[in-house]
Design a protein around this ligand. Structure first.
Ligand code: MEV
Length: 322
């Protein structure tokens, strides 16, 4: 029986979220938490989809059946299958697709992009479509548009290529950080909503264009400075820039009470810097500090009901697992 299994990392945006939607730069890092997709040949003439995180299992007689009956919340997956079927004339009637993710959904860790990349890559491998990584990222980007409206492309890029990237107006370059950076990622216990947060800033921009553009420009400047400091390994300086970025995101109204509680506690306990990551309005906070500080902070956050974990950079990107 034919079987392929792929994995794709999640991501953290270190600097520049939201501003990146308006053509300012952003810096993102692939993280060691991943999504996986398995495609298995099955004997039944059925298209089966198993979504482990949602405890859901679906069985369709063919793609048309899926198009008509797959719940609309999974439109991303439907789009991917329809798109590949149309372009490559695939027979999708005897496969089982199993998708799982260790990333919190809707938390700013790129779970939807990570799943999209893992799925496209698994289809590519199973059907031998010979898609290059760029093409996998492009299809995942189209899938992201269905969920997020007008994403910048940063999530699908980092989940495909891994490492740390400096991203600006659709172009990106790898940042090779010559030292190990440890971050604590803390979950605020509320999902974020990328579309809502993006719409919020769009609304602010329509209402108050000059002031909003000024704030977004300042985030752009911070990101440019952060690139240098990341390469220098100046942790205290990187932390200060994170705090300034967080203040600007607060002014742009995409922070909230839980984010502020975590960032305030992090700085009080000796972290270098702490900020929301991703869209905000919930989701996750990312904190840079010495490992001992991060461990103490993590224990303290646990007593307050916030889950957190120390993350490493993922240097591989999307990967075919043996
Ligand atoms: C979402 O993870 C980050 C945003 O900047 C949107 C995007 O870049 O697509 C808010």
């Amino acid at each position: 029986m034919k079987l392929v299994r792929t994995s794709a990392p999640g991501k953290c945006i270190l600097f520049g979220e939201h501003a990146v939607v308006y053509n300012h730069p952003a810096i993102a890092m692939a993280i060691s938490l991943k999504s996986t997709c398995e495609i298995q040949e099955c004997t039944k003439d059925k298209l089966q989809i198993i979504l482990r995180n949602y405890n859901q299992s679906f069985e369709f007689s063919n793609l048309n059946d899926l198009v008509l009956n797959f719940p609309s919340q999974y439109n991303q997956i439907r789009f991917c299958l329809e798109n590949l079927q149309k372009n490559f004339n695939l027979n999708l009637e005897n496969i089982k697709i199993t998708i799982a993710s260790s990333l919190f959904p809707n938390s700013g860790l790129g779970s939807s992009a990570s799943i999209a990349v893992a799925l496209v890559s698994a289809m590519n491998e199973y059907y031998k479509l010979n898609l290059e990584r760029e093409k996998i990222s492009d299809i995942a980007f189209e899938m992201e548009k269905i969920v997020h409206g007008a994403p910048s492309g940063i999530d699908n890029t980092i989940c495909t290529f891994g490492n740390m990237i400096y991203y600006e107006t659709g172009k990106f370059r790898n940042l090779i950080i010559p030292h190990e950076l440890k971050f604590l990622v803390s979950y605020t216990n509320t999902e974020h909503n990328t579309k809502e947060a993006i719409d919020k800033i769009k609304h602010l921009k329509n209402k108050n264009p000059k002031q909003t553009e000024l704030l977004l420009n300042k985030i752009g400047e911070i990101t440019r400075e952060a690139e240098k400091e990341l390469l220098n390994g100046n942790l205290s300086r990187i932390g200060k820039l994170m705090n300034r970025n967080q203040n600007l995101l607060t002014t742009l109204e995409v922070s909230n009470k839980a984010i502020s509680e975590i960032t305030t506690l992090a700085l009080k306990k000796g972290a270098f810097g702490s900020k929301l990551t991703g869209a905000g309005l919930g989701g996750c906070v990312i904190t840079l500090g010495k490992e001992s500080v991060l461990n103490n902070l993590s224990s303290l956050l646990k007593t307050k009901g916030f889950k957190s974990f120390i993350i490493n950079i993922d240097r591989e990107g999307v990967n075919i697992e043996q």
